[in-house]
Write a protein that binds this ligand. Structure first.
Ligand code: SIN
Length: 305
């Protein structure tokens, strides 16, 4: 299990490579967000170990666990420790996922018997927060790698606390009280969501309004909450003004120094805090197979300032 260090402040310990007494080791990625937890089998995590993993997740926002060997049921069981799971949204095809496991969403380019077994194909997936076009977006997502291409398909994460903190004070003040529309038309791969009509008019596009600056319910820290750039619209502003302000904010939100990019291996599992990060995916060669299972955990509270 992972052990909390008992000598100095735990937050300080987590900023270093931390070797626990009995196994788990928390190693920051060295990028702008995230840490790897080494030496843990997620099928055998006791209550104390889980508490420390949870704490590391709140502190580092994104956690990588390599070398896990999880069945669909074990992935769901680990995910459930964080809260109630979402029923996975429909794939672009309108199809539903894995027989017997409504919580599992498949991200894949694989075609079997003429049908896509998952979503997002092999193209680039643009920066986004999962399902923030809903009133109650999930608080966390977990992605588990079953098959990966030899190159490409890396997933990047960005730290939205750091992005908010980098804004000049005048810009922070300008954003206070503003809400942004999180487009529901397209998924991050640019596919129109099932049952919706394509539009590139941010005023007309369907979506949910959330505060542009939110307070994290567990850490108490402020972060930018942007969702995705396409069809975003800042409530009440003339469209050109909204576009200009969003462009300015997005230059901070995607600064390389706030990011970390992961090159996947089979049996890697990544857990991210969907409230204070965004993620994106590099394209990869469509001739190679990539199959990932994803679960999502419902939030207890709505995004709020
Ligand atoms: C996603 O955008 O949720 C999937 C990311 C990935 O396929 O790496």
């Amino acid at each position: 299990m992972v052990h909390e260090c008992d000598t100095t402040d735990y937050m300080d310990q987590l900023s270093l490579s931390t070797k626990s007494a009995r196994g788990g080791q928390i190693v920051p990625t060295g990028g702008g967000v995230g840490a790897e937890i080494r030496g843990l089998d997620l099928r055998r995590l006791d209550e104390e170990g889980f508490r420390l993993v949870h704490r590391a997740w709140i502190n580092h926002q994104v956690l990588l666990f390599r070398g896990q060997h999880l069945s669909a049921g074990e992935l769901i069981a680990f995910s459930r420790r964080f809260g109630t799971l979402e029923v996975a949204p429909n794939q672009e095809t309108g199809q539903r996922f894995v027989e017997g496991h409504p919580e599992l969403y498949i991200v894949s380019n694989v075609i079997e018997n003429g049908r896509a077994i998952g979503s997002l194909g092999s193209g680039e997936a643009h920066w986004h927060t999962d399902m923030s076009y809903l009133t109650d977006p999930p608080k966390a997502s977990i992605l588990y790698a079953l098959e990966v291409p030899p190159s490409g398909g890396d997933t990047g994460f960005v730290n939205l606390y750091a992005a908010y903190e980098a804004l000049p004070a005048a810009l922070q003040a300008r954003l206070a009280g503003l809400r942004v529309k999180h487009d529901g038309t397209y998924n991050s791969g640019g596919y129109v969501r099932h049952g919706l009509t394509a539009t590139d008019d941010p005023l007309a596009a369907p979506g949910e309004l959330h505060p542009l600056v939110c307070t994290h319910p567990e850490s108490g820290r402020h972060m930018l909450y942007l969702g995705r750039r396409r069809n975003a619209y800042i409530e009440g502003l003339p469209l050109p003004e909204s576009e200009a302000l969003l462009d300015e904010i997005w230059t901070y939100a995607t600064r390389e120094e706030f990011t970390w990019h992961h090159q996947w291996q089979v049996d890697d599992l990544i857990l991210w805090d969907n409230r204070c990060t965004m993620h994106r995916r590099d394209p990869f060669d469509a001739m190679h197979r990539r199959i990932m299972h994803r679960t999502q955990i419902k939030a207890e509270t709505r995004p709020s300032a």
